[in-house]
Write a protein that binds this ligand. Structure first.
Ligand SMILES: Cc1cc2nc3c(=O)[nH]c(=O)nc-3n(C[C@H](O)[C@H](O)[C@H](O)COP(=O)(O)OP(=O)(O)OC[C@H]3O[C@@H](n4cnc5c(N)ncnc54)[C@H](O)[C@@H]3O)c2cc1C
Ligand SMILES: *[C@@H]1O[C@H](CO)[C@@H](O)[C@H](O)[C@H]1NC(C)=O
Ligand SMILES: *[C@@H]1O[C@H](CO)[C@@H](O)[C@H](O)[C@H]1NC(C)=O
Ligand SMILES: *[C@@H]1O[C@H](CO)[C@@H](O)[C@H](O)[C@H]1NC(C)=O
Ligand SMILES: *[C@@H]1O[C@H](CO)[C@@H](O)[C@H](O)[C@H]1NC(C)=O
Ligand SMILES: *[C@@H]1O[C@H](CO)[C@@H](O)[C@H](O)[C@H]1NC(C)=O
Length: 522
């Protein structure tokens, strides 16, 4: 029986004729489902369609998953209206295929557009409407909108409102908010997902539900537990936050010969405890300077206030940094968004609307630090980073509002007690499995070296920084899910399993790191 199933699966994914027949029954089901909606064949792309490759590649953001050996979907559906999403869910179940949901395609492991099982992609990029309600200080944002589009639309309506989402403007709302993403205002306002008021989803039966319709448990789960385990998020209603008319940014860099060790050591206790209006990201990079190998520590900051008060604040709380007013740049909040997105400072906010993205090969990992690393520990780490050469560490301070929100309020549990989160990054430009093996080995080795310095039992990880090394679900069992589930969600994992069991007991909405139902049915 298993063998038969295996052969069937193999057949579906490799045989042209069979994929064609799946396409035909999917299309027929889809037409049937959407009768009042007329022509739908212009949103369903089969493998043999001449636009298939360009539609597939349009939202691939990691070149690792753009090779000829990357598993490809049998069908791509690009819904134009909400009922198309319902039909896609019903008809994927109907043909017995896995459905992968993609909004911005930024999943670090490509889980929104690859699978080891025969699958269909539901590509949400057309469902990207944004409507801002300033009286209510809220907005409805389609899952297929990008962060850049959201920030831009807020800015068009108000110069004193913003949203505490991520830094990269091409990231999609669907994955970012359902996963618990964050940005430079995290210490002031928490995660993007801490600022969600309502949502609209399509459930496993194709029904469209809002917060009231889905109930508080499911609404809790899709605020950080990942949408893809529970349904298709159509849109979120978010709470806008206040930003001052003038904000200030600065950068500060030190190499080892410029007392970087002292600065990093102090940063660990200052950055998570200083005034909530200040976010100071720290990037640690091994590099060669004047023929010498060293490590550079670079701080990039956003301060929700003017330069004078920032200089005063840091003079008092972080004098070692020696920040002067001429190191600071005052600007509007939207200009700071443009600056953080690595656009030229002179770029206009229109740049945030671009969906262009330069694609590299990369691997990311995460960790949480709960007690400061000693100076001896840091000096040992510099040697290891210089040996490895490539991987970098991005330290993101927590504290502030993050300490006030209970670990159980939404699924993302890493709150008080965590000083900062580490993102491990390695990026390369050579195709092929050998380069991939080389670079991922380097970053995994650095992750191994960090073991004594980071959280334990479980070793925590940040869900939006998807990392397949945290565990993988092959058959959808509870035991498999628990391995990565505890790292991402800690004590909230069990409650996510309860929600999953209630809303999708057959485990239709699944991926390699989804929440399993308590008892898996075939
Ligand atoms: C360049 C870059 C910069 C980033 N910067 C930040 C940052 O500053 N802060 C931060 O927190 N994170 C950041 N991330 C991580 C990012 O938040 C996550 O990868 C996020 O999941 C991306 O959302 P997406 O819609 O673009 O991704 P996708 O790949 O489309 O989706 C990611 C996951 O969410 C699921 N999903 C997507 N849409 C839906 C939906 N509508 N309904 C249900 N499930 C859905 C997918 O199936 C998949 O499992 C960054 C990633 C990249 C590549
Ligand atoms: C189309 O819908 C009708 C009911 O509305 C159902 O009887 C029929 O089986 C459906 N056909 C397909 C191919 O889904
Ligand atoms: C490809 O698929 C699209 C979307 O369904 C459709 O509009 C188009 O006509 C198809 N092209 C070909 C050559 O079949
Ligand atoms: C994917 O690879 C193709 C070549 O096979 C290339 O043309 C395309 O630009 C690549 N796209 C991405 C997103 O990497
Ligand atoms: C490094 O620290 C020493 C001793 O505290 C100090 O004299 C020196 O000026 C510092 N160097 C830099 C570049 O900050
Ligand atoms: C991978 O690493 C090996 C050993 O260090 C090296 O010889 C090889 O050139 C590397 N290959 C690539 C593609 O980086």
């Amino acid at each position: 029986m298993l063998l038969l199933l295996f052969l069937l699966v193999l057949n579906f994914s490799s045989s042209w004729a069979d994929s064609d027949s799946v396409y035909k029954s999917f299309l027929q089901c889809f037409r049937n489902q959407s009768k009042p909606l007329g022509q739908v064949s212009n949103i369903i792309f089969s493998l043999s369609n001449s636009s298939y490759s360009s539609v597939l590649q349009a939202y691939i953001r990691n070149a690792r998953f753009n090779s000829s050996s990357t598993p490809k979907p049998v069908i791509i559906v690009t819904p134009l209206i909400e009922s198309h999403v319902s039909a896609a869910v019903i008809c994927s179940r109907n043909v017995g295929f896995q459905l992968k949901i993609r909004s911005g395609g930024h999943d670090f492991e490509g889980l929104s557009y690859i699978s080891d099982k025969p699958f269909i992609i539901l590509d949400m990029f057309n469902l990207r409407s944004i409507s801002i309600n300033l009286e209510e200080e809220s907005a409805w944002v389609g899952a297929g909108a990008t962060l850049g589009e959201l920030y831009y639309n807020i800015w068009q309506k108000s110069k004193v409102h913003g949203f505490p989402g991520g830094v990269c403007p091409t990231v999609g709302i669907g994955g970012h908010i359902s996963g618990g993403g964050y940005g430079t205002m995290l210490r002031k306002y928490g995660l993007s997902t801490d600022n969600v008021l309502d949502a609209k989803i399509v459930d496993v039966n194709g029904k469209i539900l809002d917060r009231k319709g889905m109930g508080e448990e499911l609404f809790w789960a899709i605020r950080g537990g990942g949408g893809a385990s529970f349904g298709v998020v159509l849109a979120y209603k978010i709470k806008l936050v206040l930003v001052p008319e003038t904000v200030t940014i600065f950068t500060s860099e030190r190499t080892l010969d410029q007392n970087a060790t002292d600065i990093v050591f102090r940063w660990q206790s200052v950055a998570p405890t200083i005034n909530n209006n200040l976010f100071m990201r720290m990037v640690l990079q091994p590099l060669r300077r004047n023929k010498q190998k060293t490590v550079r520590a670079s701080i990039s900051s956003l301060y929700l206030g003017d330069a004078d008060s920032l200089v005063k604040l840091l003079g008092k709380d972080f004098p070692e940094l020696g920040l002067k007013k001429e190191d600071c740049m005052e600007m509007s909040w939207i200009e700071s968004v443009v600056w953080w997105a690595n656009f030229d400072h002179a770029a206009s906010p229109d740049a945030l609307l671009s969906r262009n993205y330069i694609v590299h090969f990369f691997k990311r990992k995460s960790d949480y630090v709960q007690t400061p690393i000693s100076k001896d520990g840091l000096e040992w780490l510099w040697k290891r980073m210089i040996e490895l050469g490539e991987p970098e560490l991005v330290l993101n301070p927590y504290g502030g509002r993050m300490n006030e929100i209970k670990a159980t309020d939404i699924p993302m549990p890493h709150r008080a007690g965590n000083l900062f989160k580490i993102q491990y990054t390695v990026t390369w430009n050579a195709a092929g499995t050998e380069a991939e093996r080389n670079y991922t080995t380097l970053v995994n080795t650095l992750h191994g070296y960090m073991t004594p310095f980071v959280s334990k039992n479980p070793r925590r990880a940040f869900f939006p920084y998807r990392d397949i090394d945290n565990g993988i679900s092959k058959t959808g069992t509870y035991e498999e899910g628990k391995v990565y589930g505890l790292k991402y969600f800690n004590q909230n994992f069990e409650r996510l399993v309860d929600v999953k069991t209630a809303v999708d007991p057959e485990n239709f909405f699944r991926n390699e790191q989804s929440i399993p139902p308590r008892t898996r049915k075939a």
